[in-house]
Structures are given as structure tokens and as C-alpha cells.
Design a protein around this ligand. Structure first.
Ligand code: SAM
Length: 281
């Protein structure tokens, strides 16, 4: 590694990354922009500026980690969700674009002004923050079992000046105050431990407690669906994210628990991803 300018460093970084990603230049840009505290366009505006040896060392440390499979979001400490820049670290799952379907479907529901909403398993706070931003009159209660996640989610809410979210540490609905909610949303762990499609890099770097669930990936979905109804107004809505191949089982869990008007929605890849049920009491 021996680059004198931003342009040289970028080319070298992209070359190193071409072995591990389909978008080596983009990834090198994101990492170099992070090191230099630039936005990506500035890398080109100032392409002939000199790069210091400390900056170069930092950049190639990140390139090295990326070569070993570490996700870009953990290397930069940021991930965008619903146009919100969120702080992330290995204590929380990196929010996924498919989870935006939960937000979209929640925003389509016939919910009153000042609706009371719960987000179970909030992680970085992605879902709660997106809803709080779209609906400043809603009151959100966000729960996670991990104190470290609550800390990050709280920092993200403060960073975006979202004062309508209250955070609680606890086990699913046990973490909620004794209230009745207009809607409850959750993206719980739903991957089966032995799932052959489970990406080895996701497994290595992201928190397994945010991803894996017993009982073929259904244990947490069952716990949430069966208890959420006790915290819903009538009518009230429960929205859950699940695996693309879990629709049948999830619909049946909703039915057995007494929900009606059960519908499943697809993500951008046309895969079954979100199921909503109404609880009428
Ligand atoms: C799939 S991640 C979702 C994170 C975030 N909501 C998102 O969509 O990016 C699941 C989250 O559920 C939390 N979790 C796991 N078991 C839990 C439990 N028993 N009670 C509450 N939260 C739990 C994990 O810590 C993790 O943050």
C-alpha cells in the first residue's frame, strides 16, 4: 500500500475489494469517505489532495476487515433506514431494507391521531424511529431484551430529536407498560439454527440473539403473537416480519391465537415478508 493522493488510495482500495464484492469501487468510496469525514462526491472533487499516512493506514485497516467479511455498516458505524442515518454496532442487527415493508404497512392502517404503538425487539430503533418521524403525534413504546440495544436506540432517537419514543428493557410484551395499544409491530429473530441459507458472514458478525429462534425459527413469533393480543385495543393490529418460507405457519399461529383479517405482504424481492392480523377481542 503506497498511495499519495485520494484518487490513488481509492483505486487501490477498490482493487483489493474486487475479490470480495461486486461493488468494489462503491465500498472503497464509502470506507474512504468515512476515514476522511467526507461525503462520497468530495472524494472526486478533492481527488488530487494528498492523503496522510495515518489516514491511509486507517483506510487499509478497514479494507482488510472488509476483505474478511465484516459488514460495511459495522466498519463505518452507520446504516441508513427509512432515510434516517442510524448508529449501529455489533450489539444490534444492521437494519435491512425489507423491514421497511413493516413501516409502510403500519402507515397504511386506519390508526387514530395520537395512536399508541409498540415496537418489540427494537434493536437500533429502526422501526420505532421511522414511525416516530412519520407520525410525530404517535406515542411509541420500544422494547428490547438487551440493554446495549436500548442504549443505541436511545442515542439514535436523541440524534434525530424524536421525543415520542419511550424505551424499555424486557422480554417481548413483559417489557411493555400495562397499556392497550392501537398496534404492535415486531421484527423478531426468525431464522432456524440449521437454516442452510444462513449467510456465514451474517452468522460471524451480527448478534445471533437477534437472528436465530428455536422451533424452526418460530419460537419468538409464537411468543409474540400469543401474548400481544393482551396488549391490544379492540380492534388492534399486530404486524410481524418473518422468513419468506414461514407464511403458512405464521398465518396458522395468528388464526389459532384468535386474530382475524390476516394478510401477508411481500418485500421488494416479491418474497412473503410481513403478516398482519387484527384482534377484535
Ligand atoms: C431481528 S432483530 C430486529 C431489530 C430491529 N427491530 C430491526 O428491524 O432492525 C430482533 C431484535 O429482537 C431482540 N430480542 C431478541 N429476543 C428478545 C426478547 N425475548 N425480548 C425482547 N427483545 C428481544 C434482539 O435483541 C434484536 O434487537
Amino acid at each position: 500500500m503506497n498511495a499519495e493522493t485520494i484518487s490513488d488510495a481509492l483505486k487501490q482500495g477498490a482493487l483489493y475489494l474486487s475479490a470480495v464484492t461486486d461493488v468494489p469501487l462503491l465500498e472503497a468510496e464509502v470506507l474512504l469517505a468515512h476515514v476522511l469525514k467526507y461525503d462520497r462526491s468530495q472524494l472526486y472533487i478533492f481527488s488530487e489532495r494528498e492523503i496522510t499516512s495515518d489516514q491511509l493506514e486507517h483506510f487499509f485497516l478497514l479494507i482488510n476487515k472488509r476483505q474478511q467479511g465484516e459488514p460495511i455498516a459495522y466498519l463505518t458505524g452507520h446504516k441508513e433506514f427509512w432515510s434516517l442515518d442510524l448508529e449501529v454496532n455489533p450489539d444490534v442487527l444492521i437494519p435491512r431494507p425489507e423491514t421497511e415493508v413493516l413501516v409502510e404497512e403500519m402507515l397504511k392502517l386506519p390508526l387514530p391521531k395520537n395512536a399508541l404503538i409498540a415496537d418489540l425487539g427494537t434493536g437500533s430503533g429502526a422501526i420505532a424511529l421511522a414511525l416516530a418521524k412519520e407520525k410525530p403525534d404517535w406515542i411509541l413504546h420500544a422494547v428490547d431484551i438487551h440493554p446495549a440495544a436500548i442504549k443505541i436506540a436511545g442515542r439514535n432517537a436523541r440524534h434525530h430529536h424524536l421525543n415520542n419514543i419511550i424505551f424499555h428493557q424486557g422480554n417481548w410484551c413483559e417489557g411493555l407498560p400495562a397499556l392497550k395499544f392501537d398496534a404492535i409491530v415486531s421484527n423478531p429473530p426468525y431464522i432456524a439454527e440449521n437454516d442452510p441459507d444462513f449467510s456465514p458472514n451474517v452468522k460471524r458478525f451480527e448478534p445471533l440473539s437477534a437472528l436465530i429462534s428455536a422451533d424452526s425459527g418460530l419460537q419468538d413469533l409464537k411468543a409474540i403473537i400469543s401474548t400481544a393480543k393482551n396488549f391490544l385495543k379492540t380492534p388492534g393490529f399486530l404486524l410481524v416480519e418473518h422468513g419468506f418460507n414461514q407464511r403458512k405457519e405464521v398465518v396458522s399461529i395468528f388464526e389459532k391465537a384468535g386474530y382475524t383479517s390476516i394478510n401477508t405482504f411481500q418485500d421488494l424481492a416479491s418474497l412473503d415478508r410481513v403478516t398482519i392480523g387484527t384482534y377484535q377481542g
